[in-house]
Ligand binder design. Structure first.
Ligand SMILES: Cc1cc2nc3c(=O)[nH]c(=O)nc-3n(C[C@H](O)[C@H](O)[C@H](O)COP(=O)(O)O)c2cc1C
Length: 179
């Protein structure tokens, strides 16, 4: 049994990446994991101001939801990032969240695995390249941590369209495979 944290980065309620996040959650819970899903639209998330004081103190000078969330991220075994593709990159909301994890850089964190669930209107899988590269670049900054799986929900634009793609079942199966 693993302690899984899913970060739902779309602000669009019922959106495509959220649908993949819920599918992953369903599969992971059926495999008896403990799953915590956090939607970024429901938290107070400020931009990193780049002061780097977190590298001396391990704490962030900003006061918002990240003060409570950092220990939750740090103690998860597995972290799942679900995001829409915005201009061939991850959404700004997800990027802001990852920037705010800087206090965990160089720390002895529990997480060892990440998964990425991304959706885009474009029908080519290459539409995900910028998003995967950005997420992989973040993960590579943490020793011994890997990107274990990526679901590419391409051709998903209007709400409900990802449900008709192979990615919908893939997200469920990926969640179920975590043990
Ligand atoms: C600001 C913005 C930028 C977008 N940029 C892209 C893009 O570069 N490539 C693409 O294929 N789709 C793009 N899209 C479409 C979304 O990626 C797509 O609709 C996705 O499924 C939305 O996920 P969500 O429903 O979880 O928010 C963009 C949408 C928005 C709102």
């Amino acid at each position: 049994m693993k302690n899984i944290l899913i970060i739902n980065a779309t602000y669009r309620r019922g959106g495509n990446s959220e649908a993949l996040a819920l599918q992953f959650k369903k599969g992971a819970e059926e495999a008896c994991n403990a799953v915590n899903l956090i939607s970024l639209r429901e938290i107070d998330l400020k931009f990193c101001i780049g002061c780097l004081s977190c590298q001396k103190t391990g704490k962030c000078v900003l006061k918002d939801s990240m003060n409570e969330l950092l220990p939750v991220v740090r103690n998860a075994d597995v972290i799942v990032l679900a995001t829409p593709v915005y201009y061939y990159s991850m959404s700004g909301q997800l990027k802001t969240f990852l920037d705010r994890l800087n206090p965990l850089y160089g720390q002895d964190n529990k997480f060892k695995e990440f998964y990425l669930l991304a959706t885009a209107a474009d029908t080519e899988k290459s539409a995900m390249d910028g998003t995967v590269k950005g997420v992989q670049g973040f993960i590579d900054c943490f020793e011994g941590v890997k990107l274990s799986g990526v679901v590419c929900g391409v051709g998903a634009d209007a709400i409900g369209t990802v449900q008709n793609s192979a990615a919908f079942a893939e997200a469920y199966e990926m969640g179920k495979s975590v043990q």
